[in-house]
Design a binder for this molecule. Structure first.
Ligand code: SAM
Length: 329
């Protein structure tokens, strides 16, 4: 699809038509399985100043926490015992965890549980990424947030889109399965930008992509900006499925927050095939408030949702499906 075609779909194609097409592609290319990834948000310290995010370092209104390595490993093993085959370790960009500390956490989980590990720790250097891959990390989720370099620079003081994309390229070189993704509804974003987002995901041959609406957070500079539009978010999600047929697409928690009644079901009908229930202990979780009223996605709710959608829970680790098809002779 060309950029103009994508813009046309975003502006004029009825949502129902895109949903139908995305659902057909999803069924044919990745089937009815919905992969469950258990996420642990182990630290809400962050050295960045992203204008939209409640974890930004300037926010003095959240109570900061760090889980100890032992706590993280125990929790990961507990999640694995509940049958979840992927553990996602996420935090703010928190350099208090040295590369070696993270490596030890990965090693200890991998030694004791047969799970895939996805990291989502923000931008680190080549050596850190290399070490974590060597000790067993499988995937890395680093949303590009927006493909517009000027908007990116405005929203991420002191940072550039080029740096972000370079980090993603490094992860790809190191053979991580990579996850990109964007926020829909950022101030100043246009349909042109969203088309660029969709094309960027394609260009990077991403293994997964997180597409979620912007949700305001009360202690950030964007606190008065309206949330992203549900229909537009679903259109972007559908178009990512249509243009990246075997990609893994999570039902984002932001979508569940934007529309607590229908958001997740709608996403499953728009090409999504992954859900990430949250296992962060309650005493910490309430402080990982990247945006207002963040939805609580539990394992029980997730399993129930999969049933309601007429789908089935994924049995394996749900690795990348990109190489599933052999090239034709
Ligand atoms: N530090 C890591 C990083 O930068 O990739 C991971 C943690 S960060 C909090 C996880 C994601 O939260 C970001 O990629 C961003 O898309 C999302 N996020 C933060 N604030 C948001 C908001 N107000 N609305 C929607 N998504 C938001």
């Amino acid at each position: 699809m060309t950029k103009d075609e994508i813009i046309h779909h975003l502006a004029h194609t009825p949502l129902t038509q895109l949903l139908q097409q995305a659902d057909q592609v999803r069924k044919k290319e990745v089937g009815d399985e919905v992969h469950i990834r258990g996420i642990i948000e182990f630290s809400n310290y962050c050295c960045r100043s992203c204008l939209y995010c409640g974890l930004r370092k300037e926010n003095k209104n959240i109570s900061r926490y760090r889980m100890s390595p032992e706590e993280i490993v125990q929790l990961a093993l507990d999640i694995a015992r509940q049958g979840v085959k992927t553990i996602v370790l996420q935090s703010g960009d928190d350099f208090a965890y040295s590369a070696q500390t993270i490596a030890t956490i990965i090693e200890q989980i991998k030694q004791k549980a047969d799970v895939a590990i996805t990291l989502s720790l923000g931008e680190r250097n080549f050596k850190d990424f290399e070490l974590w891959k060597k000790v067993g990390a499988d995937r890395y989720l680093m949303k590009h947030e927006t493909a517009d370099p000027n908007l990116y620079a405005r929203l991420h003081p002191g940072k550039t889109l080029t740096e972000r994309l370079k980090a993603i390229s490094v992860l790809k070189t190191l053979n991580y399965e990579i996850g990109l993704g964007c926020i829909v509804g950022l101030p100043g974003q246009t349909l042109d930008t969203l088309a660029e987002d969709i094309l960027l995901i394609k260009q990077f041959e991403a293994d997964m992509a997180g597409i979620g609406p912007f949700i305001p957070q009360k202690d950030t500079p964007l606190k008065d900006h309206p949330p992203g539009d549900l229909e537009l978010t679903l259109k972007v999600l559908s178009l990512v499925r249509i243009t990246n047929q075997t990609i893994h697409l999570p039902v984002t928690t932001a979508l569940a927050t934007l529309d607590p009644e229908q958001g997740q079901l709608l996403a499953l009908g728009a090409g999504a095939n992954v859900i990430m229930p949250n296992f962060t202990p309650q005493r910490y979780e309430k402080n990982y408030n990247i945006y207002n009223n963040k939805a609580k996605v539990t394992l029980a709710l997730t399993k129930n949702l999969i049933k309601r959608a007429g789908r089935k829970s994924g049995q394996g680790k749900g690795g990348s499906l990109k190489c599933k098809k052999l090239p034709k002779d």
